[in-house]
Design a protein around this ligand. Structure first.
Ligand code: F6R
Length: 520
């Protein structure tokens, strides 16, 4: 019996004890081994593989996306799903199973998504889906509009590098068709489903997500405040479950998730709905659980993101959140048509302005900063306002692929503790872009330098003051303040990439990390 299992069997100790009493022996400490033994137990009692898996599912408590095979029925695979994602690929030469669609794109673009509590029998030319009670469920396959080429490296040495380079296209795909340039407004597809009246009725926003998507959500909250005057909060989705159960009232919760399968974000979504609230999902994967369970939807059109470290998905999320903030501002009468037009023109103009980020001078600057950074053990990323989440994101990128310890902080916090760490071996990466926070950031740099700290500054190209306060300057084009995160994040992604490259790390698959975190 072969079992592939993603999830956690919560009652595995109990099951294991019983199976041992039935004469089974275990060779690992994993919960998954209990599943394999349960299937074997039923097979030995004359049950078919399908029946044996059904017997097993009845005894399991917890979460699973699983695939089961047995030597006795080599032409058949049984798959089952409870709280962990599972898709079935339907191809001319076979049926396939995976946690998400990108894994199967080289084989097929037609998919059937399994719902919670369902299982399916796969044979080379057929599949049947069953509910818990064993009734057959008819389900059409859906066509994924991602192409297999999108899931290939196309000449880049790593997916991460390819995906960083795709960001200007992500901007065009996620935004441009939705821009109503003359009206100064934004039009989302049908799945958005929030009328002007509904948008006017929102009293506050709550953003929730995990990891990189949480950083995009933090930016989204600030954009909605600036462009739509809507109050909001941003919460780590896994923490929301423990928050006091207050009235949802006129709140709208925005759940941001690239994969749409992050267990913590989905738990939070379900909890909001249980409390009577409404959820808008911002998601990159059609057919994902978030896309199916959210009340309202905005898709980011990033294409498949394969590198474990998220880059273009963050970018697409911030673009979508910017569009959302404009739509909210227009519907609520905070932005007039002229202001809306100006904001959209800023966004359209960004594509051209971003080009400099990928040109040799910018990359040479990043590479020399990376050479320095590759030699340190620890560092600090600082930013204020919209650049605070970018600092958090820069630190996350660096730590996850280079394994160098990095912390992101709002720069104002520095004096309240982190400044004690500054010395020549503990550098600071600072976001010093034009706008309200510029002068304050410059004075933070002075404070770092006065204590012997080294500074890598991300600043507008040609900014002599920032250059004078930094050891390394990563130049970015000057753009309107609200869009600055979309340019400053790029050199930070490159910085993490080149540092990890110098250290010989496994960039696309860093240790201990998974692309979709489908267990809590
Ligand atoms: C970091 C990263 C993760 C994800 C997080 C949420 O580079 O990729 O932090 O952002 O696991 O994933 P999604 O957006 O799929 O919910």
């Amino acid at each position: 019996v072969v079992v592939v299992h993603n999830g956690i069997v919560e009652n595995y100790l109990e099951l294991r004890e019983w199976l041992v009493s039935e004469g089974h022996t275990f060779s690992t400490e994993t919960d998954t081994e209990a599943i394999a033994n349960l299937v074997a137990w039923s097979l030995r009692r004359g049950r078919s593989l399908h029946e044996a898996v059904q017997d097993t599912l009845e005894r399991l408590e917890g979460s699973y996306g699983m695939v089961v095979m047995a030597a006795s029925e080599p032409h058949r695979i049984i798959v089952a799903r409870q709280d962990s994602p599972l898709v079935i690929g339907v191809g001319p030469h076979g049926r396939y199973a995976a946690s998400d669609m990108p894994a199967l794109l080289p084989l097929t673009r037609d998919f059937v998504v399994l719902e919670n509590g369902e299982h399916a029998v796969l044979e080379p030319q057929a599949h049947r889906i069953y509910d818990r009670a064993g009734r057959v469920i008819p389900r059409e396959s859906v066509r994924c509009d991602w192409t297999p080429e999108q899931a290939e490296k196309q000449g880049f040495p790593h997916f991460m590098l390819k995906e960083i380079h795709e960001q200007p296209d992500v901007l065009a795909r996620t935004a441009f068709e939705r821009c109503l340039d003359l009206e100064g407004d934004v039009s989302f597809e049908e799945g958005f489903g929030l009328s002007d009246a509904a948008l006017r009725g929102i009293g506050r926003l709550r953003f929730m997500a995990m990891g990189t998507s949480l950083h995009a959500a933090m930016i989204g909250q600030q954009l909605a405040g600036a462009l739509a005057r809507l109050p909001g909060e941003t919460l780590n989705a896994s923490e929301f479950l423990y928050s006091a159960e207050l009235e949802e009232g006129d709140a709208l919760t925005v759940v941001v998730s690239q994969s749409g399968e992050t267990a913590d974000s989905l738990r939070a979504l379900r909890e909001v709905k249980r409390r009577g609230g409404r959820v808008l999902g911002i998601c990159n994967v059609r057919g994902s659980t978030l896309a199916r369970e959210a009340d309202h939807l905005i898709f980011t059109h990033c294409g498949p993101e394969i590198g474990v470290a998220s880059t273009k998905a963050f970018f697409g999320q911030v673009v979508a959140l910017y569009l959302l903030a404009i739509r909210l501002g227009r519907a609520r009468g905070v932005l007039d048509a002229a202001e809306g037009r100006a904001r959209l023109a800023d966004l359209r103009g960004l594509r051209h302005r971003m080009e400099a980020l990928f040109e040799p001078p910018a990359l040479a600057a990043v590479r020399s900063a990376a050479e320095f950074l590759a030699g340190v053990r620890s560092c600090l990323f600082l930013g204020r306002a919209l650049q605070h989440p970018v600092a958090l994101e820069g630190a996350l990128k660096l730590k996850e692929i280079s394994y160098i310890h990095a912390e992101g902080y709002p720069a104002g916090e520095m004096k309240h503790g982190p400044i004690a760490l500054i010395d020549p071996d503990f550098p600071v990466v600072a976001l010093v872009t034009p706008g309200r926070t510029y002068e304050k950031m410059l004075s933070n740099l002075q404070e770092v330098r006065a204590r012997g700290g080294r500074v890598i500054a991300v600043a507008a190209s040609g900014d002599a003051k920032a250059a004078a306060s930094a050891d390394f300057l990563l130049p970015v084009p000057a753009v309107p303040e609200l869009l600055a995160p979309l340019v400053t994040v790029v050199p930070l992604q490159f910085l993490a990439y080149y540092t990890a490259l110098l250290l010989g790390r496994d960039i696309d698959q860093p240790r201990n990390l998974a692309k979709s975190v489908t267990v809590e």
